[in-house]
Write a protein of this length. Structure first.
Length: 447
């Protein structure tokens, strides 16, 4: 279906306006990081499922060689991100789980490729063939969730998809990788979108971008003139605009019902860097072994947008950016709102690591909690229309049955409520506690 290009601004109910702190990296071109001396590749797929190793200690591997896989449907294989020798397969530090069984590759500094970088005419391939390439290339969601992309593209027969949304909101403060990708690689993005439209057999794609990225909007609008099936949708800058349900509501005015998925309302959403990885895998046979991250924060000497090998230890990234400028720092993988604090410089960059944020300790808000003043601000900002103050009370009072009635499972842990709370109540922490208790009770019931 051919449509005129249009540009408009929409948003969702709730949410907060955050200072964006993006200026220290938004003008920096993406650079290639130097190769690390070793990489640490956790053998975990989505949902912390363990993969089966395809290599043994002492074996020589090449960059892009398959090293672990699984027969599970919801999983993605992993590939060597440098060439060298397997030196260990053991439990090692992991940013999300403390420790995880991992493969260590010591670099031979050659970066010899274990795959043929050949240009492929994807138009001659069927949807199933393209989906298989995406599966075999280990592509996962690079916005943070790391959900296997081919699973997202495997649409059940009773579902009908008509729209593909490319998430270019990057609504977390500090992060600028998606913005830089839009500025520097628009051709690759549009070709990647064409591939996805072919897989899904649909004709409508929407690039969703916030209105604080005007330069990228101009580049994309110019490029979209040659792609009538792709529309650039400019959204108001608001956190958490990039969350799937908020995005679908803002772009298409469709509401994803409680407990349902985007595909239940005819939509597939992917982060822009995932689209780039699809482009590289399908058109150039390149498996997923590297990604682009923003390294920033007031305590890093030289903030950068860096293309890094997956599995690179954090200390290598910090050295690559000139080191740390403060005695005491807090390091976060991802953005400040939904990221994970890490305290070990050996932890590896994962496929889902969108950034490394290095902040001086004094930047962390150390104000202590005081009683709820029932101001209702947490309720006003909740994008999922929940009652965070009531959930908090139920958790404090151990009223676990009430948590289901309060729809705690719908909470996306965006942190907007905790950010706005004048009493500094750790609402997300309490919500996570409540979810954990419910999960344990469910396991017990099912025994
Ligand atoms: S963390 Fe959960 S409860 Fe709080 S604003 Fe976000 S979705 Fe709502
Ligand atoms: S924002 Fe904080 S103080 Fe206000 S109602 Fe919510 S929990 Fe209570």
């Amino acid at each position: 279906m051919k449509r005129d290009l249009f540009t408009f601004k929409k948003t969702f109910a709730g949410g907060i306006h955050l200072p964006d702190f993006k200026s220290s990296t938004s003008n920096l071109t993406i650079e290639d990081s130097s190769l690390p001396q070793k990489v640490i590749l956790p053998l975990l797929s989505y949902g912390a499922k363990l993969l089966n190793t395809q290599v043994v200690v002492g074996e020589e591997v090449k960059t892009g060689q398959l090293i672990a896989t699984s027969n599970e449907f919801i999983s993605a294989p992993i590939y060597a991100s440098i060439s060298g020798r397997i030196t260990e397969i053991t439990d090692l530090p992991h940013p999300d789980f403390g420790e995880a069984k991992s493969i260590v590759i010591e670099s031979d500094s050659k970066d010899e490729k274990g795959y043929n970088l050949k240009e492929r005419d994807y138009r001659s391939l069927s949807s199933d063939e393209i989906r298989k390439i995406i599966k075999d290339s280990g592509i996962v969601g690079l916005g943070g969730a790391s959900f296997p992309t081919y699973v997202k593209f495997t649409i059940p027969e009773d579902k009908h998809i008509d729209s593909f949304i490319i998430n270019l909101c990057e609504c977390e403060p500090y992060l600028t990788v998606d913005y830089r990708i839009a500025l520097e690689m628009p051709d690759e993005i549009f070709k990647g979108i064409e591939v996805v439209l072919k897989i899904l057999n649909i004709e409508d794609a929407y690039i969703a971008i916030e209105d604080n990225k005007q330069e990228a909007i101009d580049v994309l609008n110019e490029k979209a003139k040659a792609y009538p099936q792709v529309k650039v949708v400019v959204l108001r800058t608001k956190y958490p605009q990039g969350e799937e349900k908020q995005l679908i509501r803002a772009v298409l005015k469709r509401v994803v019902p409680k407990g349902k998925l985007p595909l239940d309302v005819g939509v597939v959403v992917d982060n822009v860097q995932t689209v780039l990885a699809i482009y590289e895998a399908v058109l150039f046979n390149k498996p997923l072994y590297e990604r682009i991250i923003t390294v920033t924060g007031e305590a890093i000497k030289e903030p950068k947008n860096l293309r890094v090998r997956i599995g690179t230890p954090l200390h290598h990234i910090i050295k690559e950016c000139g080191g740390i400028t403060s005695d005491e720092v807090e390091i976060i993988f991802g953005g400040p709102m939904m990221g994970t604090a890490v305290d070990n410089l050996e932890v590896p960059i994962l496929a889902g690591t969108s950034g490394v944020l290095v902040l001086p300790k004094r930047k962390i808000d150390l104000q202590t909690e005081s009683p709820c003043i029932r101001c209702g601000r947490c309720v006003e900002v909740c994008p999922m229309r929940l009652l965070p103050t009531e959930i908090n009370k139920a958790v404090e009072n151990k009223q676990w049955d009430l948590l289901d009635e309060l729809n705690i499972s719908e909470c996306i842990e965006c942190g907007a409520c905790a950010y706005i709370c004048p009493s500094k109540i750790p609402l997300v922490k309490r919500i996570k506690e409540g979810k954990e208790v419910l999960a344990k009770r469910k396991v017990k019931r099912n025994r």
